[in-house]
Write a protein of this length. Sequence first.
Length: 209
Amino acid sequence: MKYDADYYERGIETGKSCYQSYRWMPEATLAMAMAIIDAVGIKPHHKVLDYGCAKGYLVKALRILHRQAWGVDVSEYAISKVDKETNGFCTTVKNYHNGSDFPTNFDICIAKDVFEHIEEPALAFILQYLIKSDKMFVVVPLGKNDKYIAPSNNMDPSHIICEDQYWWQRLFETNGWKVVEMKPYLKGIKESYYETYPHAHGFYFLEKV
């Protein structure tokens, strides 16, 4: 899958994703960032990595809220569209791994709506690489019988992994992460799903072993 302009700007019409005109939405993104800060316990002195940051909107929101945040993404297109306030704080995964001036050690890693896009062998490598962080907060869509619980998640062809909460827990634990807590709901994040599909997503709080 190529995460290009069609994916982010014309995803529905091109059949590449569920995104359409992917843009900065301050009220929703700031509320989500605040929910993550509170739930994970992100303090001003913590260094935070948003793994799979897309256009860097969560990084932007965290920095508005006085948190030290950076982001990486596989999409060169998305990184090229990072807002000027976040320019320099987001880079491609390639540059991140190649040892540029970008930080490589973080206290906390966030991976929201990212891991389901990655083949399991590559994901295992990433999880072991991110063990440099002390904590990780992960949000993934959950599946049952090879279908995502929330039908909208089945519409994105870039979704590769469709598994239940226990599969994800085993994956994390096999690759150096302890599952401290898993919640099916977190106020401020994906609330629109909860009433109809209360078990559609897993919110994982992880600590390195």
